[in-house]
Design a binder for this molecule. Structure first.
Ligand code: SAH
Length: 280
């Protein structure tokens, strides 16, 4: 199937197998926004992997899983742009300015983000600024935690027997509170499955709003922490029981409300700590 990858003989180095695969050239002075996927190193796209091998600078977020920087060009400068040790994260504007500076200095700049850059990842804001400043950019999509992370917990985000629609929701707004702009009654009724990002902190009040909006108290809730990593863990409850959850749910966590988590019973294939597949 991947015959096209082998059309040209490998030339040199770590990334040689991708040489000649027809990937877009990473032009000096441009910025590529690349999604790293939810955790496991293998979940980055081939185009993203190729870009890691080409980049001069890799500006990465806290949610980027371990192992990605080892895939980067050994000569690349790596710059951390996330929260660490409780310190405040660099301002979004500062990160974007840094990308612009590197690009104007003629570097191949790779902005590496967890999951997909355009899903609650501020990829839209960063590319808007790049476009305004006339910096050439490219977006390399990634596997978002709300789909791929659930798959690692044996939860299909859709199943023909349960849901024809999914809603993606953020659990906090830019000020850190419960999103004020959301019409919670409408959210409660919008889709059988609601996938929530950044929602652990306000899960109690969000659940109360969904119940007030008519959502079934027996609706299933699954919380997948550190998805697709050796630390992955899953907690299951119901909407009515959310208040009884322990206060120390590990984050990052993706929360799925709705019937699809019932499939986990048969499909829970990933044993994170062992990096093993239960089903061989
Ligand atoms: N762009 C990212 C989302 C960034 S918002 C994506 O597409 O996945 C950050 C939120 O993503 C976290 O609060 C959490 O809800 C979710 N998340 C990201 N990586 C995760 C992981 N490995 N396990 C569980 N949740 C994750």
């Amino acid at each position: 199937m991947l015959g096209w990858l082998r059309r040209k003989a490998p030339t040199q180095g770590h990334f040689a197998r991708l040489d000649g695969a027809g990937f877009a050239a990473f032009a000096p002075g441009s910025v590529w926004l690349v999604g790293a996927g939810p955790g496991a190193p293998g979940l980055i796209s081939l185009l993203g992997y190729h870009a890691l091998g080409e980049a001069d600078v890799v500006v990465y977020d806290a949610l980027v899983g371990e192992g990605f920087l080892d895939m980067a060009n050994p000569k690349a400068e790596t710059v951390f742009a996330g929260k660490r040790g409780g310190k405040p994260s660099p301002k979004q504007a500062d990160i974007t300015l840094k990308l612009i500076d590197y690009a104007r200095a003629g570097k191949k700049v790779l902005r590496l983000k967890g999951g997909d850059p355009m899903m609650f990842g501020r990829g839209g804001e960063e590319t808007e600024t790049l476009a305004r400043e006339g910096i050439p950019f490219r977006i390399v999509p990634g596997i978002t935690a709300g789909v791929g992370g659930l798959a690692y917990a044996g939860i299909p985000v859709t199943h023909r027997d349960t849901n024809h629609a999914v809603m993606f929701l953020t659990g906090h707004d830019d000020k850190g509170g419960v999103p004020q702009g959301a019409d919670w009654d409408a959210v409660a009724k919008a889709a059988p499955v609601i996938v929530m990002y950044m929602a652990v902190k306000h899960l109690g009040s969000i659940s109360a709003k969904l119940l007030a909006g008519g959502r079934d108290p027996a609706d299933r809730v699954a919380i997948v922490s550190h998805a697709a990593s050796p630390k992955q863990s899953v907690i299951e409850t119901t909407l009515a029981q959310v208040d009884a959850l322990p206060g120390d749910i590990p984050t990052p966590a993706i929360i799925v409300i709705g019937p699809v988590s019932r499939y986990r019973e048969g499909l829970d294939w990933y044993v994170g700590a062992l990096r093993e597949n239960r089903f061989g």
